[in-house]
Design a protein around this ligand. Structure first.
Ligand SMILES: C[S@@+](CC[C@H](N)C(=O)[O-])C[C@H]1O[C@@H](n2cnc3c(N)ncnc32)[C@H](O)[C@@H]1O
Length: 245
């Protein structure tokens, strides 16, 4: 599914995430076992999205963290990712849900294969930083949103000092190996020094009412429970925007 233009970079990114799917999911599951973590993330999405019923596309759904929470809240959810290992974990969890599960499929977040105006909301948690051509992706996402539809992203400036010189990621050899200089040149947001860089791409892609909100409640939980290997405790941001004036 990688585009011919990406020089194989996307295949390497997807293979990386598939290789690390089990450990990624184990960490996410361990966190969500704390009820306050579960409730905090439910509240993040509940506040940012219009109330259900609404149809949501979760791009780069990974092991389904967002897709499953949104399904729990009563949304009709589609989740796509190019890393099949990540999707396998999401699918295993979705199969056990007592409510309507998300529909999960292999798909490129840069060019999701759906008819125009299919969705009320597009969500993307921890995806924009590792996305090639985010401006093209965002333009495509606008086409998939109905008029007045919303983009709801969560991300951070994960590596403001550069991935190569970050002491936490230095211990993650496979991560350092993948996110080498060639890959980083096609991921414009991976080493952003401010969340404004993300907001600017969203705005330049034609979205309106672009808002950035620090998720202080998530920061508190990270301080309390710690973060995944290779990460620092740092502020995550909710970036919301509207398709239309
Ligand atoms: C850090 S994980 C985040 C997963 C999930 N959104 C979450 O909140 O836990 C990044 C995900 O983005 C996916 N990804 C990166 N580039 C993608 C692309 N072009 N199309 C689809 N998924 C992509 C990766 O495969 C990975 O599953």
């Amino acid at each position: 599914m990688s585009s011919p233009a990406d020089g194989g970079v996307q295949s390497n990114i997807s293979a990386y995430w598939s290789r690390h799917a089990d450990s990624y999911d184990a960490y996410q599951l361990e966190r969500l076992r704390h009820d306050e973590v579960h409730q905090t993330w439910l509240n993040v999405w509940r506040r940012a999205l219009p109330p259900p019923p609404a149809t949501v596309l979760d791009v780069g759904t990974g092991t389904g963290h967002v897709s499953l929470l949104l399904a729990e809240l009563g949304y009709s959810v589609y989740g796509i990712d190019l890393a099949e290992g990540m999707l396998d974990n999401a699918g295993a969890k979705a199969a056990r849900l007592p409510f309507a599960p998300p529909i999960l499929a292999v798909g490129d977040a840069v060019a999701p294969d759906f008819p125009p105006e299919s969705f009320d909301v597009i969500t993307a948690r921890y995806v924009l930083w590792t996305l090639r051509t985010p401006a093209i992706a965002l333009a495509n996402w606008r086409r998939l949103l109905r008029p007045g539809g919303r983009l709801v992203a969560v991300d951070s400036t994960w590596f403001p000092d550069g991935i190569r010189s970050d002491p936490a990621t230095a211990k993650e050899a496979d991560f350092q190996h993948l996110y080498d200089d060639e890959v980083l040149t096609v991921l414009p947001l991976a080493q952003a020094i401010s969340i404004d860089a993300t907001a600017d791409v969203v705005r330049e892609s034609g979205f309106s009412d672009v808002r950035v909100t620090a998720l202080d409640e998530v920061l508190e939980l990270d301080r309390k429970y710690g973060v995944a290997p290779g990460h620092h405790v740092q502020t995550q941001y909710l970036v919301t925007a509207v398709n239309g004036d």
